[in-house]
Design a protein around this ligand. Structure first.
Ligand code: FES
Length: 543
């Protein structure tokens, strides 16, 4: 390696866990950022060692990145355990990379700092601003309705991702990096900086310097995490109009710190927390605007009455001290408590005979008239069956129908892909309809919208009630009452259950087999059962 003893002797070894890869466009700048982190580590008297780790690239990974979140978490933990690291800097940002890296670091409990990839620049098409994901869904719907030709569609594709960085709507990536900052794992304001802004490499450099100090201070993840800091993060989900995926990831992250969070905690905070970030898909602007408006610190300062500002952070200061000087520069982008985008209720936890362990709906992203709706079920047994039948003119469906997709959960798909915003049948689209009630045990991209009931638990693959729904059954959704019911008698459901048979797993060996044997359900955070908790693991001996 060409290192002299003076380079490393007596210095903290800082592992830079880098999820850069050619296959992940959101992380295409992370090699350069790793160099900035190294520079900072050297400046502060540490010894940096870059360690490549599995990348979870939303755009290409099959069947879904969610299948591999726990694998990256395991890799992170074991890299830090098996090599002689004293502290770590985690480089990620594309959706699942953030919870995965943090889950591993929380379990290992070495001093850790997160360097978020940062959002990409705004998209642009014929003078219109494009937002990641949300506008893909919107314009793809118009293309399927015959309103957009191939030339226009190709232009949209080439105009929507203009730089390195993560999706620039308040999708899962920006939600999770923001929550990471709220939990205290980043430098103040780090998560709002666009990936290609010159402040981004400066932030990476400062993170490199700070981690060395943290090692000397002995400041570890579980020193800063608490039930209160997770409550702050849950409040922030709603203030940001954040992704439904945050529910699963926060439960899993808290589980690694030995903190138990139930679904009802999210409902409780949703009812009392106003949405202040006017960002798509639930608002108007994009992450670049959010940064210019003051970014996350400014939003948190506005949200202060709903937060516990005494929580510790990796800066060595409290959350309150970190945001004390933050200001809002564009009041329509970051709203105040007396002028919120939405007063409360952005997300609801539903229960009923169709979801005994709960389901999630992003009420703020649905057409309001669908929030209390009863309709006949149109049932798809798999994603392939849905694609094959959806546009069949013979499909018995209208705007009042309820589309049901099953076998799309943690074990059923497997991996719980983002299939939950089922596309609307062409028959309905042609009548000008743009939203319908949809129910599944899948997840939904944080950039998507619609009256989509997600994360139905337990999932159909393990015999959850979704498995018993028949075509034409009446399903009742009542979001104000937090209800999701199948209007079928208990006796009839018992008859259906008696003849229901589970499908076999498709994995005879390998990671898929391990996944099927150990993955937990959506309401439990989808961690592997053997990774939860804080039981101490012995340090490997050095011989
Ligand atoms: Fe990577 Fe959206 S595809 S953040």
């Amino acid at each position: 390696m060409g290192c002299a003893p003076a380079d490393y002797a007596g210095k903290p070894v800082i592992a830079i866990i880098n999820t850069w890869s050619d296959i992940n466009p959101c992380h295409s700048h992370l090699r350069e950022r790793a160099e900035e982190v190294k520079k900072g580590v050297w400046q502060a008297g540490g010894f940096p060692v870059e360690m490549p780790a599995l990348t979870l690239g939303e755009t290409f990974q099959k069947p879904t990145t969610m299948m591999y979140r726990n694998l990256l978490a395991m890799e992170t933990e074991e890299l830090l355990r098996s090599y002689p690291a004293d502290g770590c800097v985690l480089l990620g940002g594309c959706d699942k990379t953030t919870p995965a890296l943090l889950m591993g670091a929380i379990s290992m409990n070495l001093p850790a700092i997160y360097v978020p990839a940062g959002p990409m620049l705004r998209g642009n098409w014929r003078g219109k601003i494009l937002g990641s994901g949300s506008d893909v869904t919107k314009y793809w719907t118009e293309r399927r309705a015959g309103n957009i030709d191939l030339q226009a569609w190709t232009e949209i594709e080439t105009g929507i991702a203009r730089s390195a960085g993560t999706c620039m709507t308040m999708g899962t990536a920006s939600t999770m990096t923001s929550l990471t900052e709220v939990l205290g794992f980043t430098l103040t304001g780090a998560t709002s900086i666009p990936a290609v802004d010159s402040n981004h490499p400066r932030m990476a450099n400062c993170s490199g310097r700070r981690i060395v100090e943290m090692v000397w201070e002995g400041l570890r993840p579980r020193d800063i995490l608490s039930e209160t800091s997770f409550n702050n993060a849950i409040a922030a989900v709603f203030a940001l109009g954040g992704s439904t995926n945050a529910v699963i990831h926060l439960i899993a992250m808290a589980g690694r710190a030995g903190i138990k969070i139930g679904l009802d905690r999210f409902d409780e905070f949703s009812r009392k927390t106003p949405m202040l970030a006017n960002i798509r898909p639930s608002g108007k602007y994009l992450m670049e605007d959010f940064y210019y408006a003051g970014g996350l610190p400014a939003l948190l300062r506005k949200l202060s009455p709903h937060l516990d500002l005494s929580c510790k952070t990796i800066t060595g200061k409290t959350l309150g001290e970190n945001i004390s000087g933050a200001e809002v520069f564009q009041p329509d982008v970051i709203r105040s408590l007396d002028n919120p985008v939405l007063a409360s209720g952005g997300l609801a936890i539903l229960r009923g005979n169709l979801a005994p362990e709960g389901a999630v709906i992003k009420a703020s992203a649905a057409e309001p008239h669908l929030l209390q709706h009863t309709g006949r079920a149109v049932v798809f047994d798999s994603f392939d069956e849905m694609n094959a039948r959806l546009d069949d003119p013979a499909l018995d469906v209208d705007a009042n129908s309820v589309l049901v997709l099953r076998n799309a959960g943690p074990k059923g798909a497997p991996g719980m892909p983002e299939w939950g915003n089922l596309p609307l049948p062409q028959k309905v689209l042609k009548n000008g309809v743009r939203d319908m009630v949809r129910i599944s045990d899948a997840r939904m991209s944080g950039t998507s919208y619609g009256a989509c009931v997600l994360h139905v638990s337990p999932e159909s693959f393990v015999g959850g009630p979704l498995a018993l729904v028949k075509e034409g059954d009446l399903i009742e959704l009542d979001v104000p009452a937090r209800r999701l019911n199948l209007r079928v008698s208990d006796e009839e459901l018992a008859r259906r259950r008696a003849v229901w048979r589970p499908k076999p797993s498709i994995y005879p060996r390998g990671y898929g087999k391990l996944f099927m044997e150990h993955i937990k359900q959506a309401h439990e955070g989808c961690d592997f059962d053997f990774l939860e908790g804080t039981a101490a693991i012995p340090e490997p001996e050095i011989h």
